[in-house]
Design a binder for this molecule. Sequence first.
Ligand code: MN
Length: 135
Amino acid sequence: MATILVVEDNPANMKLACVLLRRVGHNALCASDGESGVTLAKAERPALILMDIQLPGMDGLAATALLKLDPSTADIPVVALTAMAMKEDQDKSRLAGCAAYIAKPLRYLELYEVIDTLLAQSPGRLPGQALETRP
Ligand code: MN
């Protein structure tokens, strides 16, 4: 079980992401814009962040870049979520510091695979700690 922050402005997408995370035992935190996402990330230090790219105000790339500049949040892996499955967006998300990229609509197998891979690589993970087993 890990605490995962979802930054997403679309209520239906937010609900889907949180349902999928909680279904496999993760603790989901929610923020609906970049500013509150950054604030929540600093306060709660989640194990991973799912970051929508298109957000009102500060976009997901700017929010990710801010998190990567702050030593207290720099090593939290950020997964970019975007409806625009374009190579250019993938490149931009990597440049902003995102560890991975998922095109919406979310597909649960891909989501779980990306999350498991990043959590397994995370420096905060305890040695020998098993990955979650699926129901
Ligand atoms: Mn959005």
